[in-house]
Design a protein around this ligand. Structure first.
Ligand code: FES
Ligand code: FE2
Length: 442
């Protein structure tokens, strides 16, 4: 349970709020590079309550600027993208990617008014096929990007997607940390066929089904919280899945199988009551085959959506990434299927997460909850966030991670262990990013 004031502290993300100020100290991945073309249409972006437009200027540089023109507030989304800047269609005031007013053709030639006018802009860098921005205070250079493993991989090792969810960001992050829910909302009623031996999802599904109350242990690391969830496995072994919460919004959950593909995602607040997830699968050692790429892009997963479940594209912020299932259609829950096949009755994987998270309300009132032992990871991450927010808001202490990008060079994990082995120690080497290695994760 949280006090009402702590709930506000952790969930409000607008400019000037304590959490909003903290999140602005970290690089934010928000757009795929392919979403903006040089000299092409801008796209609306809303990040932590700020309305912005992203565009790629005619020289190929990505820019992120305030949506409203400094003159009389018309939207630059309709702007003309030409000659190194974005011109407002109302009176032609034109801005470059740094927000500088380049031209003011509605004023006399001799006027220097344009030199005094700027709009808000945030720096952009592109890595891993993604445009990142830094919305922190303008003093000084932004820190380097977090040194996530996949940022060093060629783009054909990566398949990525996005999805918008109309809820506060914190309940979405909490859903990721909570390994307990997979035994329920994501489960099938029939036990998987595989029994004693095996690797991959069928084996793991069975373990999750047979032991539905994992032991949670949490270890604070330099990058965030490392959360172990242990379950009884066949032959007296234990199955430990290790989730990495990397400050403030990155998540990596334990992969599956031999030479597994791995995953990463970030939950970025659009505003207080909307969040988007940008996520990807990657293979550290090889490119994905065409078939794998097709499957990964179209199969319903935590962040991937079946093509028929995408909502029609709109020009609203992230309007290409909305989904059809929602509260107004009960996520297409099938009550017959719920009796015969799926615990939730909801077929889309991501919707199995999204449905409970949206029914909690746009911003869940955490004064009303009753946390159990399975919520240890959630409690630890909230505490860390609250501590870090307060350190910045009350003492001006910047969070440490952004200036040490290598703390993000970690992996999540899953493995079978003997009861006398401790999961955190046993996975120490496996949680390190080692070029050319990819430990199996049964
Ligand atoms: S409102 Fe943009 S140029 Fe006038
Ligand atoms: Fe889930």
């Amino acid at each position: 349970m949280l006090s009402a004031s702590d709930n506000e502290l952790l969930t409000r993300v607008g400019a000037g709020t304590p959490m909003g100020s903290l999140l602005r100290q970290y690089w934010i991945p928000f757009l795929f590079s392919w979403e903006i073309e040089a000299g092409g249409a801008p796209t609306r972006v809303r990040l932590m309550g700020e309305d912005l437009v992203a565009f790629r200027d005619t020289h190929g540089a990505a820019g992120l600027v305030a949506e409203r023109c400094a003159h009389r507030g018309a939207s630059l989304y309709f702007g003309r993208n030409e000659d190194g800047g974005l011109a407002c269609i109302y009176h032609g005031w034109k801005y470059d990617g740094s927000g500088r007013c380049m031209e003011m053709p509605s004023e006399p030639d001799a006027s220097d008014f344009k030199d005094k006018v700027r709009i808000v802009s945030y720096p952009c860098v592109e890595r891993g096929g993604i445009v990142w921005t830094f919305m922190g205070k303008p003093e000084g250079a932004p820190p380097p990007l977090p040194a996530l493993e996949w940022l060093d991989l060629p783009e054909d090792h990566i398949v990525a997607s996005k999805r918008v969810q109309p809820s506060n960001w914190l309940q979405a992050i909490e859903g990721e940390i909570d390994q307990s829910h997979v035994s329920f909302v994501h489960s099938r009623l029939e036990l998987a066929k595989e029994t004693r031996q095996g690797t991959g999802r069928g084996f793991v599904d069975r373990i999750r089904k047979l032991d539905r109350h994992p032991r949670f242990e949490v270890v604070e690391t330099e990058s965030g919280m490392c959360i172990g969830a242990g379950r009884n496995a066949p032959d007296g072994m234990e199955y430990w899945r290790v989730t990495q919460h990397l400050m403030p919004f990155h998540i990596m959950t334990g992969p599956y199988g031999e030479d597994p593909m791995r995953n990463w995602r970030a939950w970025i607040p659009i505003d207080d009551t909307n969040v988007f997830v940008i996520g990807l699968s990657f293979h550290p050692l090889r490119p994905f085959t065409g078939e794998e790429r097709e499957q990964l892009a179209t199969r319903s997963g935590v962040w991937t959506v079946s093509p028929e479940m995408r909502a029609p594209k709109t020009s609203a912020p992230f309007g290409a990434w909305r989904v059809r299932p929602g509260l107004d259609n009960d996520f297409f829950q099938d009550r017959a299927l719920q009796k015969t096949e799926l615990y939730s009755g909801i077929t889309e994987f991501w919707a199995q997460d999204s449905a409970p998270q949206l029914t909690m309300g746009p911003i869940f009132d955490r004064t009303q909850e009753h946390l159990g032992t399975s919520d240890r990871g959630i409690i630890a991450v909230r505490r860390k966030l609250a501590r870090t927010v307060r350190a910045l808001a009350e003492r001006g202490e910047l969070p440490p991670e952004p200036s040490v990008p290598d703390v993000y060079r970690v992996r999540s994990d899953a493995m079978l262990l003997r009861p006398d082995q401790h999961w955190f120690e046993a996975t120490t080497e496996r949680r390190k990013v080692v070029a050319g290695s990819n430990p199996d994760c049964p």
